[in-house]
Design a protein around this ligand. Structure first.
Ligand code: SF4
Length: 289
């Protein structure tokens, strides 16, 4: 199987077979993201994908989990995606979970019937970057949707029966909008009400337009303590039915997690302890490791 590098997957797909069915990201415009900047978006041909599946079947025929890369598989025409999922079903009869990244624009571009057919054909989990619920922040980072559209997309895909693992980014509003960002993000995430929610912390990547903005003094990064205060406000404001919340990514200064709303008080207490003792925070040089 030939992967077109670089290849990304969510941390929870570390043991999954990765099947690259698209290359790059159909949006590829977010100011903080460098993941697919060197790739032109394209959908691989069914022939290419079939060859990859045949190769993987010989070696990993008993696989239980498959992650469909790259950035946003729902950019594929529904018929093409259904054909790929049928190939996957036939080649890997033991597969229990097929997942993919899913962007809001492409979710909204599909009807509920199409999304339901995609779920019935095998995709049971989608990774969805909310990033922020604040309209100004979403516009600044060029996410391409409003908070209302983000909410609509998150609800729609779940309505089709596809589980949602959503992410938000602490620090994305900078010093200028940290409070608005935290409050509005809690509001949008609560309205979407995903089964999994992760809070990452902004890491600035070289060559992104955000890095340029910082250099020009137009965006001010939060300190580690400020990131933690923002995380606290976010968690405090979240109103979720039942969600596994995690903020233990390599980018985070402090690891916290639990089931919301059940463990909200304990999580806030953990953060309060870290807010009064900076020795509990991860050093800058260890972030990303
Ligand atoms: S949609 Fe996702 S992968 Fe694409 S540019 Fe934005 S953050 Fe990066």
């Amino acid at each position: 199987m030939i992967y077109e590098q670089p290849l990304y997957r969510p941390p929870s797909e570390a043991r999954s077979l990765i099947l690259q069915v698209t290359v790059g990201c159909s949006h590829n415009a977010c100011s903080f993201c460098s993941m697919y900047k060197r790739k032109y978006f394209r959908v691989k041909t069914l022939d290419e994908i079939k060859k990859d599946i045949a190769w993987a079947k010989e070696r990993y025929g008993g696989t239980k989990r498959i992650f469909l890369a790259d950035g946003d598989v729902l950019a594929m025409e529904t018929d093409e995606l259904l054909a790929v999922l049928e190939e996957v079903r036939q080649a890997f009869p033991d597969v229990r979970r097929v997942s993919a990244y899913a962007g809001p624009t492409n979710i909204l571009g599909k009807s509920l019937e199409e999304l339901t057919a995609i779920r019935e054909a095998g995709i049971s989990l989608a990774y969805f970057g909310i990033e922020s619920g604040d309209s100004q922040v979403l516009e600044d980072v060029k996410k391409g949707v409003t908070p209302e559209e983000m909410t609509q997309a998150g609800k729609k895909i779940q309505q089709a029966g596809i589980g949602l693992s959503a992410t938000v980014i602490i620090g994305l509003g900078g010093r200028e909008r940290w409070r608005e960002h935290a409050e509005a993000t809690a509001e949008v995430a609560s309205a979407i009400d995903p089964v999994y929610l992760s809070a990452l912390t902004l890491m600035v990547e070289e060559g992104t337009s955000l890095a340029g903005k910082i250099e020009a003094g137009a965006f001010n990064l939060l300190t580690p303590g400020e990131c933690l205060a923002e995380l606290r406000l976010l968690i405090e404001r979240l109103e979720l039915t039942r969600c596994t919340f995690r903020s233990n990514h390599a980018s985070n200064y402090f690891a916290v997690g639990g089931v919301l709303p059940l463990e909200k008080e304990r999580m806030l207490e953990d953060i309060d302890r870290a807010l009064t003792d900076s020795r509990l925070l991860k050093g800058e040089m260890f972030r990303g490791l």
